[in-house]
Design a protein around this ligand. Structure first.
Ligand code: 7RM
Length: 660
């Protein structure tokens, strides 16, 4: 990336919070930013104090990059904070979890019941040989037993590593082996689009192909029953949930954990190579997710928080399991696909359970746009009072659609930037303070110090809505330590140092590009590897994609830079069309012209290729690396992290044919 990133996209609309929202908001005093800026450790310490500690810390923070420790010497238990303190208090009969399965089954679990369930699973894990300091691999569908098992691990001081139920046997084995897991918790299957995902069969395959020598026991939940067919139980290794969990005592003490004891490992596949086991510890992580849940989602006692992520991703860890439950909130979880039995499923769920907060991803929002506004229009969404977005930059077009069609023009939208590595939300509006701009994640969360740096490490520091008069783009860097930051890559300190702490010594390098506008708002530009260099100008793929999806015919777009003799790189766009549109040369010409008009001739794509599907990871992020391989006529790189590897193979075939 050269000196600066061009900033081409212009978005002038601004949405200040309504007076009614401000009046009731958890955070409505802008001085929170200044206070936290001048005393970040004091700010985080005040949040740590809202948790229950068995023993207080003697030092708030120790930071010698890349080593960081928070609340040093403090003792606590994450499960105690998320379950017991509510179950033993006024929230005993309050719902902690509302669950809807894909077939339509509903379960409601109060905090008192949650404590019983978690304790039984914790005792079962102990009986299976799990001890404090061990790792447990969780490979479950999105049913209540998934967060329950996470909390059970935390209760007995074992670290969990959740593997998303959409991952293959190879991915499961790679993660269980790397984490040296002692037990795998799985199910006979889970429901997805009316079919059973055979998790236990996949687990068996992981053992057959890769040994999984560290794993001594497999605990198998019965989720789908007969629909899943025969489940093979290996003698001496596999145990039915119903045989062991049900008969356990409801009493299981919480282990006293050090603030810096490992709470979990979560693997991020990245775009290629061996997945990184991102580690999080107990006190700092819980402090970060507790504070952000309360302030970013404006969590209230009566809220029903619907986060559509799976617990296999960090979003599910932080904003289903730990953050909301630490706050004593009620979370709504859904097992299945958004289009089963029809494309209105999410909206039916919101209507039925009266969800008040919806937290989802731009890729999902663009899919809903493609399906059409008639699906949400069928349902009563008036219970919603706040919307959130995470996972990718949200283009202004999708933001406005979300605001209008889901939020009825009245719900604030929090566009939240963060990473598996950051543990908690880092850049976000505070809904009772921040005037939002569609497409901007706005400002760092209080206590978070962001810098925008160029190649030479020069730049500006931003914390909160401090007006600056600089428009510049660069690398997103985090300067001060924050409590929920990862403590490293499991068993690979060198890779950790190299990836995050080498480019700008003593500063955390996030790997994303960012732009700061004249009003001090941050605009995330995507991964720096994806940024293009066209005739000497750095252009972010996100900006061109945003202009593309602004065209009425386009549902989704993925843009890449393709080698060009004169310009260095030329822009190539892969687009999928909305319902009712068909591809033609005239449409392609019109699309190119649209981008040229919207952001300038420099950003006009040389090629536009129409495709029904774009290659995405299982969490919904577009894999531009593979599109670059296709456009450059190279052999495809690693496709194992794709949600559907056939998409890219057929795309390659059709692209090559069309190129003649
Ligand atoms: C929470 C999560 C992290 C990467 C990150 C960004 C991208 C996430 C936003 C975003 C723009 C956002 N963790 N990203 N949120 N980009 N605006 N609001 O997604 O580890 O899976 O991914 O996702 O590139 O570095 S993650």
């Amino acid at each position: 990336m050269s000196e600066t990133i061009e900033s081409l996209l212009h978005e002038a609309r601004s949405y200040p919070p309504s007076p009614e929202f401000v009046a009731q908001a958890n955070a409505n005093d802008p001085s929170i930013y200044d206070k936290a800026f001048h005393d970040p450790q004091g700010f985080w310490e005040s949040w740590a104090k809202t948790l229950h500690w068995f023993q207080p810390w003697n030092r708030v923070c120790h930071f010698e990059p890349p080593v960081v420790e928070w609340f040093v010497g403090g003792k606590l238990n994450a499960c105690y904070n998320c379950v017991d303190r509510h179950a033993e208090g006024d929230r005993a009969n309050k719902r902690a979890i509302v669950f809807e399965g894909e077939p339509g089954d509903v379960r409601e679990i109060t905090y008192a019941e949650l404590k019983v369930e978690v304790s039984k699973v914790a005792n079962a894990l102990k009986e299976l040989g799990v001890q404090k300091g061990d790792r447990v691999c969780i490979y479950l569908p999105m049913v209540p037993e998934l967060p329950i098992t996470m909390l059970a691990c935390a209760r007995i001081g074992a670290a969990h590593t959740v593997v998303f139920g959409g991952f293959s046997a190879d991915s499961l084995a790679e993660r269980a082996n790397d984490a040296e897991a002692k037990v795998i918790v799985t199910a006979d299957g889970g429901w997805r689009r009316g079919s059973v995902v055979p998790l236990k069969k996949i687990t068996d395959e992981a053992f057959e192909k890769h040994g999984c020598e560290t794993v001594e026991k497999v605990l198998v939940l019965n989720r789908v029953g007969e629909a899943g067919g025969d489940v093979n139980m290996v003698e001496g290794r596999d145990v039915h949930w119903s045989e062991i969990v049900t008969r356990q005592s409801e009493d299981c003490p919480c282990e006293v954990m050090d603030s810096e004891d490992l709470l979990f490992i979560l693997y991020t596949s990245g775009s290629t190579g061996k997945p990184k086991g991102i580690t999080h510890t107990t006190g700092g992580y819980l402090t970060g997710v507790t504070a952000t849940s309360k302030l970013v989602f404006d969590l209230k006692e009566d809220d029903l928080h619907f986060c559509t992520a799976d617990c296999g991703w960090i979003t599910g860890h932080s904003y289903i399991t730990y953050g909301p439950l630490s706050n004593g909130a009620t979370v709504l979880i859904y097992e299945g696909a958004p289009d089963t039995p029809d494309k209105d499923r999410f909206w039916r769920i919101i209507e039925k359970h009266k969800a008040t907060i919806l937290y989802t991803a731009p890729t999902a929002i663009r899919t809903f746009m493609k399906w059409g506004a008639e699906y949400p229009a069928r349902c009563d969404l008036s219970s919603l009072r706040l919307l959130g977005s995470v996972g990718e930059p949200i283009n202004p077009e999708a933001w406005i659609w979300y605001h209008t069609n889901i939020g009825a023009g009245k719900c604030p939208i929090v566009d939240t930037w963060w990473q598996t590595e950051t543990g908690a939300i880092m850049i976000t509006p505070l809904p009772g303070i921040t005037a939002t701009k569609p497409g901007s994640a706005t400002h760092p969360f209080p206590g978070v110090h962001i810098k925008v740096l160029d190649d030479h490490g020069n730049g500006v520091e931003i914390s909160g809505p401090h007006a600056t008069n600089m428009t510049r783009g660069g690398y997103l860097v985090i300067e001060q330590p924050w409590p929920s930051m990862t403590r490293g890559i499991y068993n690979d300190p060198d890779r950790y140092k190299k990836t995050y702490w080498s480019r700008f010594p003593k500063n955390y390098f996030a790997g994303d590009g960012v732009k700061l506008d004249n009003d001090g708002y941050l605009w995330l530009l995507g991964r720096v590897d994806d940024i293009m260099l066209v005739a000497g100008h750095n252009i972010s793929t996100m900006e061109v994609e945003s202009a593309l999806v602004d065209h009425p015919a386009i549902a989704e777009a993925a843009v890449i830079g393709k080698t060009h003799d004169i310009k260095g790189q030329a822009i190539a766009a892969f687009v999928s069309l909305r319902a009712g549109f068909t591809g033609s040369d005239a449409l392609i010409a019109e699309i190119k012209g649209h981008v040229g008009k919207k952001i300038g001739p420099i950003a006009r794509p040389d090629d536009v290729f129409i495709s029904a599907d774009l290659p995405k990871t299982r969490s919904g992020k577009i894999m531009r690396r593979l599109l670059r391989d296709i456009a450059e006529g190279r052999a495809l790189g690693d496709t194992s992290t794709l949600a559907d590897p056939t998409v890219v193979a057929s795309l390659k075939d059709r692209y090559e044919t069309s190129e003649g």
